[in-house]
Design a binder for this molecule. Structure first.
Ligand code: SAH
Length: 371
């Protein structure tokens, strides 16, 4: 048996099922309506229902004539996927498990902070990168998500917002490697940026990558000011090869070089994510080595206390070790933050909910939130 190449393109199958209305481009909606002799403002109404007015189904679009609603419903669903599980944490972080049209599942999360509402979205079913502390890749990669499946997660999460809340940020830090599915991701994000979409600027969107140099360069070339976060997790190749196996084919130098180019091109400071694993990459010597790599770069380090994953042996270091690590970086002049834990009382580690359900099987239909 050959081991699949983690850097090979992932499949995007032709999916079964009906088309979804939110998967149509503006032009496609306009064409569809024009062919039915509908005035063009109907297209704007449909988009408003999808992006601003939180329709859950076509029948909610009450300012469309009922005959038109019927015609639309005969041909389309509003969404392709179904929310099959919904968890609400004590800090009001909400996690949705979405079942896709082929029965596969992905997760997305809404995080709440004062005046900041962030959607965390997935880009693939599973992941090929094999990071040893991550639940998402334990069963390897299944397939890429389509642009619509990516967009739908954002839209589903906007439906969880309450009056007075609005989506302000997106982090592409859910299941999968975004730069291995960049085309679909960027198409979905175009709808997010559109004035008559969600109107969210690229500056409010962070794309997190294991560090694929080719993808980082492609992202730099499109010239949009996205925030780039690189999941480094180790300050030398020997350790990184163990924690992030795909690194064997890449190497830290090549990643830093591509990230430097991203910075030169976009002017956006790169964030380096570093999941702290007790007794593994959390020692002072690791912090000093990381500081040496980054202190002459315009970089920011985000230290992430590991979320425990049931089946994995890695654990999160204590507060003092985390602080000691942060202080060494700061004293070397590297801007450093420690990520706040959100949704700690639900299956917080990304990919864990899907994994649990793959093992147990989850019944269809939304389950009540757990508090
Ligand atoms: N594949 C991309 C994006 C998805 S993972 C990437 O590697 O960046 C998003 C972030 O969560 C990454 O930094 C990843 O390393 C981190 N992560 C994965 N498992 C984690 C865990 N158990 N605890 C804390 N962070 C984790």
């Amino acid at each position: 048996m050959t081991t699949p190449d983690p850097l090979a393109d992932a499949p995007l199958p032709i999916l079964p099922g009906r088309e979804s209305l939110c998967g149509l481009s503006d032009d496609q909606v306009t064409d569809w309506l024009a062919r039915r002799d509908q005035p063009s403002y109907r297209g704007q109404q449909v988009r408003q229902w999808i992006f601003a007015r939180g329709a859950e189904s076509i029948s909610d679009m009450t300012d469309l004539p009922s005959e038109l609603r019927e015609q639309l419903a005969n041909e389309f669903d509003l969404f392709t996927g179904q929310v099959v599980q919904h968890q609400v944490a004590g800090d009001r972080t909400e996690k949705l498990l979405v079942e896709l049209v082929d029965g596969k599942q992905v997760e997305c999360v809404l995080m709440r902070e004062p005046r900041r509402w962030t959607a965390c979205i997935s880009t693939q079913v599973g992941c090929a990168m094999g990071c040893v502390f991550c639940a998402s890749g334990l069963l390897g990669l299944d397939r890429n998500l389509s642009r619509t499946e990516i967009l739908e997660q954002v839209l589903r999460l906007t439906r969880r917002l309450e009056p007075g809340e609005r989506l302000t940020n997106i982090v592409v830090m859910g299941i999968g490697e975004p730069l291995a599915n960049l085309t679909q991701l960027l198409e979905a994000l175009e709808e997010v940026h559109a004035e008559d979409g969600l109107g969210l600027s690229p500056r409010r969107i962070t794309i997190s990558t294991v560090g694929l140099p080719k993808g980082i360069r492609q992202l730099a070339e499109i010239g949009r000011p996205y925030n780039l976060a690189v999941s480094l997790h180790a300050p030398n190749d020997e350790l990184r090869n163990r924690l992030v196996p795909v690194n064997e084919q890449i190497g830290i130098d090549a990643i830093l070089e591509a990230a430097d180019e991203f910075f030169e091109r976009t002017g956006r400071r790169v964030t380096y994510e570093y999941v702290l694993l007790s007794e593994t990459n959390d020692q002072p010597r690791h912090a000093r080595q990381l500081a040496a790599l980054l202190s002459n770069r315009k970089a920011h380090v985000n230290l992430i206390p590991m979320n425990n994953v049931d089946v994995l042996r890695w654990t999160c270091p204590g507060e003092p070790q985390t602080q000691r690590f942060a202080t060494i970086l700061e004293e070397a002049g590297v801007a450093t933050t420690v990520r706040k834990r959100k949704g700690a009382d639900i299956d917080a580690a990304c990919g864990q909910l899907r994994l649990t359900n793959l093992k147990n099987g989850v019944p269809k239909g939304t389950q009540p939130g757990v508090r």
